[in-house]
Design a protein around this ligand. Sequence first.
Ligand SMILES: Cc1cc2nc3c(=O)[nH]c(=O)nc-3n(C[C@H](O)[C@H](O)[C@H](O)COP(=O)(O)O)c2cc1C
Length: 378
Amino acid sequence: MPVSSLGLQLGLFMPNCSNMSAISTHRITEDEWDYESNKRIALAAEAAGFDFLFPVSRWRGFGGETDYLGTSLETMTWASALLAVTSRIRVYSTVHVPAFNPVVVAKMGATLDHIGKGRWGINLVSGWSKEEFGMMGLDILPHAERYQRTRSFIEILKGLWTLPPGSFNHESPWYRVTGGYSLPQPVQSPHPPIVNAGNSEDAREVIADHCDWAFMSMAGLDSARATVADIKGRATARGRRVQAACFPFVLWRDTRTEAEDEVARIIAHKDEVASGNWLRGLNLESGSFDRFTLDMLTLGAGAYPVIGTAEEVADQLGEIHSAGLDGVLMVFQAYHRDTLRFAREILPLLRARGIVGSHTNPAGAQDPSSKRGNSPCP
Ligand SMILES: Cc1cc2nc3c(=O)[nH]c(=O)nc-3n(C[C@H](O)[C@H](O)[C@H](O)COP(=O)(O)O)c2cc1C
């Protein structure tokens, strides 16, 4: 299979939420959700040459002993702080469409893009948790309508970010914008990268029409290859280019057996209550997670397991890239420690095999003050 000429882009699915790495009480380091930990991890990832940092947006936890994801840093303010202390790496925010007004998000996003000198991106999620939105007094719309609303939200962002101030109008069942005005517009041209993390037919249509990246869960290489081909094909048919990323749980030890034993310990200490609550929400509200993903949910919110020795992990990341994925948002067991280990033990293998491009070499970093397009980094 051809691989992207840019190479696999490396990102972290950051621990801005508590217990990010696993729905389990087994841990080998302190929980890393707090800002100082996130900052330390961000700086280590940037020094290693990683491409992007990506958060989770959650408004309440899933109970149990871990209260999985229950303590979380809000992702616009989180990105603001990380953009201010880094200089090369891209930082995303994840925005729940039902919880925000798009004109406010356009302004916040442009502000973030200026703080980061063209390094911010947005992941728009339609929302699925009745508990979260019920708490805010918001209804969860039927699935198709949710994505129609997300489509309108993106149209408003793009209008405000790209058209002459005062000239943008929008009318839909959810929003009315008259003479839309938002200055400054973002640094990136035509606008910061827009991600959607849905997998359904509804999501794929929005992605093909409007997004730069599809971030997806994956159950196996064959199904991922088919999903990526489908999403990219839909975009190509519309004269657009969409890139795709998945989120692997990456754990490696000196031997495969040691790595598998550690995964077994994580699963043996699964927080059944939190896991059950999370599954119930997904089963009720989202149609896209398959059985395998649900079974492996203990590892990083349904992440795809990439387990073994450093060599085996490099092989598996190469296979993911060969399946058509342009990027990975890695979940680590111990983020700071594993970012340093990854840079030492796995990155050289990926470089030697041509799986990652020279962009992962900090020495090749772009001048962050230059006006940047929204590719190649996610
Ligand atoms: C990489 C990735 C990140 C996601 N991040 C969030 C998030 O932060 N908050 C959230 O409520 N849902 C998140 N989701 C869930 C998606 O928004 C969506 O509900 C899920 O992929 C099911 O897709 P569907 O809505 O097309 O059925 C994420 C999904 C993926 C694959």
